[in-house]
Design a protein. Structure first.
Length: 526
């Protein structure tokens, strides 16, 4: 019976969408904004919606059809979406007139599920108050205080890598590095030893991570449907976050809260901060309207467990896969570029010599070449190929183009960072772009792998900290080469929300001479 109902309902819904799309497809023409002719229902994103091409590349191809235009009109499915490609206009959207563009995309629907009520998806006063209260957790002082946990994870990682190398096979580095970053975020954010590097079989954290980033066809389709037609998605009972992920985080966090008797400890980690919110019952901060000119208006939000657990879920999801992927792309490019690898290795060896083989927080700033290698990997492979915004109040650009509340605006990170006008020979991996004088020449708002403006990635410092620690741990003992059969160009997974390589990244790890002089020391024994 249900099947029959679906067989009737789906074609009817599609026909409804088709009729609506015919009307909506006049939007850019009426506004005199350059655009490509849309396809029925799928608009200009058919290859993305049908899971044939990666989001960032689809948007790059649209922009490349209009190289001289500051912005391009497009239809994401049936939905009018303005893609901005002029750095000055990108600045307007992300920073200068941020207030008007402060929604993420389909923002209002984040209330539909417990775990989507998080900082990434939410908007308006709720976003502002949350952001203000969560920002202190990621200050450099807090990162420095947490670093001892990362250092400990790095020593465990050191052993795990050795064990993997001893198996004598090629290594898929995305899976390998994810075990390290997952344990790092587990320790720093939740005070939990996830054991992902020790108990590798059937580890519950690895399992839940696999569910969150599952790229199976149906799961990817749900993500696309929610992002384009959220009303229809939820009316058919759709859910962006699977029920087992909900229950995993609910059980995990409540047991951690109980373990601390619902009182903050001296660890000063994320859980402590949450418990402070929990005990106060509310969290207070500025209203969004203050950004528009009215001053001093305060807003209080009620805090319940669901709301807190949604933030935990986000830190876990945003915290490990993004960094593991970036770490893997960096190693992949170093494997392809032996000269760059030589310089990165020198940076690592010099650092360890200066610090008597102890990994310290300052590594984040003391390895400039390694930092440039990561920056360049993030240019070629930004974790999000497209950053989204939503107009939250009618806005008129200086050109006279008016966008109404609810219209989507996209910042095409992948396209900008591969644009030869801003990055000559854009497909070449050249860390030197991010060093000395050359770095100063990078035009603002052409490179933004962590986003920009008030919605900039809150975990950027944390990410850099764990990525640098991971690279030092690997390169101090091993040199990397592409595994036999590993392609020299990456094909991106069209079904993934992040810029993920199809088939992973397989490398060979080759022991370096003299590694015995670079074994990590425990800080207290140094
Ligand atoms: C290489 C690693 C990472 C990359 C490339 C990355 C990239 C991004 C990007 C592009 C955004 C959207 C920014 C915007 O809208 O302007 C973002 C937002 C966010 N990221 Fe990250 N991220 C990384 C690691 C992390 C880590 C480690 C955490 C947490 C521990 C984190 C937490 C968040 C959160 C909470 C947001 C939402 C911020 C908001 O909307 O106010 N990210 N990230």
């Amino acid at each position: 019976m249900i099947t029959l109902y679906l067989l009737l309902a789906i074609p009817l819904a599609l026909y409804g969408v088709y009729l609506v799309s015919k009307r909506k497809f006049r939007y850019w023409e009426q506004k005199k904004v350059p655009h490509l002719p849309p396809k029925p229902i799928l608009g200009n994103f058919s290859e993305y919606i049908l899971q044939q091409k990666f989001y960032g590349r689809v948007e790059q191809e649209i922009c490349n059809k209009f190289p001289e235009e500051p912005y391009v009109g497009s239809y994401l499915g049936t939905e009018p979406t303005l893609i901005i490609q002029d750095p000055e206009y990108i600045k307007t959207v992300m920073t200068k007139d941020y207030y008007f563009f402060s929604g993420r995309e389909v923002s209002a629907y984040c209330e539909k599920e417990p775990l989507t009520q998080n900082l990434f998806f939410t908007y308006g006063d709720k976003w502002k108050v949350l952001r203000q209260n969560l920002t202190p957790l990621f200050s450099s002082a807090k990162m420095k205080n947490m670093f001892h946990l990362i250092e400990k994870c790095a020593r465990i990682f050191e052993n795990m890598v050795d064990q993997e190398v001893q198996k004598g096979k090629d290594i898929e580095v995305r899976g390998l590095t994810a075990k390290f970053t997952m344990d790092a975020i587990g320790n720093c954010a939740f005070g939990v030893e996830t054991q992902t590097m020790v108990k590798t079989d059937n580890n519950p954290f690895t399992r839940v991570g696999d569910v969150i980033f599952d790229t199976a066809r149906m799961r990817a389709l749900k993500g696309v449907l929610r992002s384009i037609w959220p009303a229809m998605f939820y009316s058919f009972g759709g859910k962006a976050v699977p029920a087992d992920v909900d229950s995993f985080f609910f059980n995990l966090m409540t047991s951690i809260f109980k373990g601390r008797n619902y009182n903050p400890t001296s660890r000063n980690d994320f859980v402590d901060l949450l418990l402070k919110f929990h005990n106060n019952k509310t969290v207070t901060g500025d209203s969004m309207s203050n950004l528009k000119g009215s001053s001093g208006k305060k807003v209080s939000l009620e805090v319940d467990d669901e709301f807190l657990i949604a933030q935990c879920f986000l830190f876990f999801a945003a915290g490990y896969e993004t960094s593991a992927t970036t770490l893997s792309y960096t190693l992949y490019e170093l494997a392809k570029n032996p000269e760059a690898q030589k310089l990165a290795i020198q940076d690592v060896d010099n650092y360890l010599r200066r610090n008597d083989n102890v990994l310290k927080y300052e590594c984040v700033t003391e390895l400039p070449y390694v930092e440039a290698c990561v920056d360049e990997a993030l240019r070629l492979y930004p974790v999000l190929g497209v950053i989204t915004r939503e107009v939250i109040e009618d806005y008129t650009f200086p050109t006279g183009l008016k966008l109404e509340k609810g219209v989507r605006v996209h910042l095409p990170v992948y396209h900008m960072q591969h644009n030869p006008n801003y990055f000559p020979e854009p497909e070449q991996y050249r860390p030197e772009r991010f060093l000395g004088e050359e770095k100063k020449n990078i035009k603002p708002y052409t490179y933004f792998p962590f986003g920009e403006g008030p919605r900039l990635c809150i975990g950027m410092r944390f990410a850099k900290m764990q990525i640098t620690a991971g690279i030092i741990t690997l390169l101090k003992k091993y040199r990397v080469e592409l595994a036999p059969g590993m392609s020299e160009t990456i094909q991106f997974e069209p079904r993934s929300v992040i810029t993920a390589p199809i088939g992973g990244i397989r490398l060979k790890f080759i022991e370096r001479e003299g590694w015995q002089q670079r074994v990590f020391k425990v800080p207290s024994e140094a």
